[in-house]
Design a protein around this ligand. Sequence first.
Ligand SMILES: O=P(O)(O)OC[C@H]1O[C@](O)(CO)[C@@H](O)[C@@H]1O
Length: 475
Amino acid sequence: MAKRFNDNEWTNKMRIKLDVNNMFAERVGPEHGFTREEITALSDKVEEAHNNIKQAKPGFMDLPYEQTEIVREIKEFAAKKQGEFDNFVVLGIGGSALGNIALQTALNDPYYNYRNDKRGGCCRLFVPDNVDPVRFKSLLETLDLKKTVFNVISKSGGTAETMSQYLIARKAVAEVVGEDKVEKHFIATTSANSGYLIEISKREDFKTFYIPDNVGGRFSVLTPVGLVSAAFCGIDIEELLAGAAYMDKLCQSSDLWQNPAYLNGVLQYMSYKEGKPLSVMMPYAHALKDMADWYRQLWAESLGKEVDREGNVINVGPTPIKALGATDQHSQVQLYTEGPFDKVITFLEVEDYGVEIEIPAVYQDIQGVSYLGGHTLNELIRTEKNATELALSKRGRLNSTIILPEVNEFTMGQLIYMLELQTALVGELFNINAFNQPGVELGKHYTYGVLGREGYDDKKQEYDERPKKDKDLII
Ligand SMILES: O=P(O)(O)OC[C@H]1O[C@](O)(CO)[C@@H](O)[C@@H]1O
């Protein structure tokens, strides 16, 4: 059967779009918005950034094209396991978890039965993404471990949270299925060349998938990190990658006016430079709620940096904030509309939700309620988004919208790729390394020191000698 992404008409219909009208001075006022000329003035910088990106070619840019073999392997593996398992658990954290969750919420949420019926995946997905003891214990006690497969995901192969989850899960599984069958219940997804997880997976004879060395955790959702769980849950991983490839095609130009990832990136960069360090992502679709969470890591770890490429201390980085429409209209929008002019908002909008619900027309004599009758929830959420956008713009608040024709694998692939490329571009504009995360290390090292990992004794000492808590300051 021909894949939908091979159908040009469908593909064009499913193109995601970027609306930047409300970033312009004429909409939000000259003190806050930008003119075309001001934006165009960054063209040379963007051209240079574009050339740098092309030259460095970060690993995520190859993913839409270079995974034919791996996709085949994942699909075959998932098909072979069909019927064997009911539950698929991802053991991982950060970039090894958030993409799985985002895809799941978007494409496979248990709420969306009407949609899942059409997908044929065998498993429900669970991603604890933490080491909270209550949640993890509940998970292991709730699931039928005989019908559960775990994907242990760690690029570095040694993250304390992930390895602890694995050690606990392995013990629990062994107790239920017996030592000799443990191997069937675990998959490892890690770097082929380094870390302890690869060593363990060889020793245990686990099925193993690899994360390319040049793809960092937060850019890895379109590697086996996200693809294996997706395939087990019935998500069409080829269409995800086709969506990413399509967006790559849309982002070939170095002209920022022709390239959605660059245009959005430039506007985010300019907003930051103009005193708006807070960057809110606000989807108006529950399905995209966890995309904002995934994006938060992508944006924060990539762009929050102490030094530029020359080693100058610049302490740069926009702070990403997640919100959800319409829910957060009743929690955050007061602040966004009247608080400090320190934010730029990216809305995610969905044109076709796939279902429509009419609001019943009752209580005709109570006008304050009866006006809703005959409208749909779809109209309501769309109107709320437009109204919030208008209210923000009227108050001089910068905002743009990424429009998804519908939430499906193809549009999700586009969105993921666009945001990744946008991140790479903004990293270039800040002249920083967007692909490392040195700032996360110190806290980890104290933990290692305290828990007795070899080589971190000095960190234990530093931890033990930390300033004592002043009791007067605990009230
Ligand atoms: O996949 P790993 O190596 O276990 O890392 C998990 C996460 O930890 C970090 O290294 C630091 O938080 C993230 O960049 C990464 O996504």
